[in-house]
Design a protein around this ligand. Structure first.
Ligand code: CA
Length: 235
């Protein structure tokens, strides 16, 4: 991660030259340093060598596709933010990509202002883990067998630690801290992702599904139909 006194460095992995140069132009105008890779394998090499602050990733890439790029980064323990570029007519791609560990997505063709806003939001969320935690949040949150250690960002079911992505952790901690209250998808997008106007409720639903899968019966998140999600109040 680049230090705050230098411009964030973004790697664009995109094989369509027009889209790559369009994105590069706008991101540079917004103050970012930008490099482009036109193949997935080249992108992985550049990530290793140059340690970008954020990856803007087309999913349909020659060499190694975007799903596989995401999988390799996350399997290697890399936490670099990944913003996917997805085609409008392939909605399932977004879900698969988010489940593999991408942070967010932008649908092509994109409005350059939307692209810059999403890049900034993802960087803001990933810069400095301390910023992600509400300063008023208690150090430990507990619901039955589930224990959330807020400082080290660790989650346990009984004595077993469960590995969560940063967004899964923030979403879970936010809902548990607000227990008893129903939070709408828009409120969750604002609190956890840091924006509202670009919100897509699908992002929240995918992350809740992942939390339920990882935590099993210990997942305290309840769906409130037509409204959002909640964790039941302490009885
Ligand atoms: Ca492509």
């Amino acid at each position: 991660m680049g230090s705050s006194d230098e411009q964030p460095f973004i790697l664009i992995a995109e094989d369509e030259p027009n889209i790559a140069s369009f994105a590069k132009m706008y991101l540079e105008a917004a103050g970012f340093r930008v490099d482009v890779a036109d193949r997935g394998d080249t992108a992985l090499e550049k990530i290793d060598a140059d340690k970008p602050d954020l990856l803007l990733l087309d999913l349909n890439l020659p060499g190694v596709d975007g799903f596989e790029v995401t999988r390799r980064i996350r399997q290697g323990g890399g936490s670099m933010p990944i913003l996917m570029l997805t085609a409008r007519d392939e909605p399932v791609d977004k879900v698969v990509g988010l489940e593999l560990g991408a942070d967010d997505y932008v649908t092509k063709p994109f409005d350059p202002r939307e692209l810059v806003a999403r890049v900034r939001a993802v960087l803001r969320r990933s810069n400095g883990q301390a910023d992600q935690v509400d300063p008023d949040m208690p150090p430990v949150l507990e619901v039955d067998d589930l224990r959330i250690e807020v400082g080290p960002r660790e989650v346990y079911v009984g004595d077993t630690e469960v590995a969560l992505t940063p967004k899964e952790f923030d979403l879970l901690a936010t809902l548990v801290q607000a227990r008893g209250l129903v939070l709408s998808r828009e409120q969750l997008l604002e609190r956890v992702w840091g924006y509202t106007f670009l919100g897509d409720s699908r992002t929240i639903d995918v992350h809740v599904r992942q939390l339920r899968r990882k935590l099993g019966d210990a997942c305290p998140i309840e769906t409130v139909w037509g409204t959002g999600y909640k964790v039941a109040a302490r009885r």
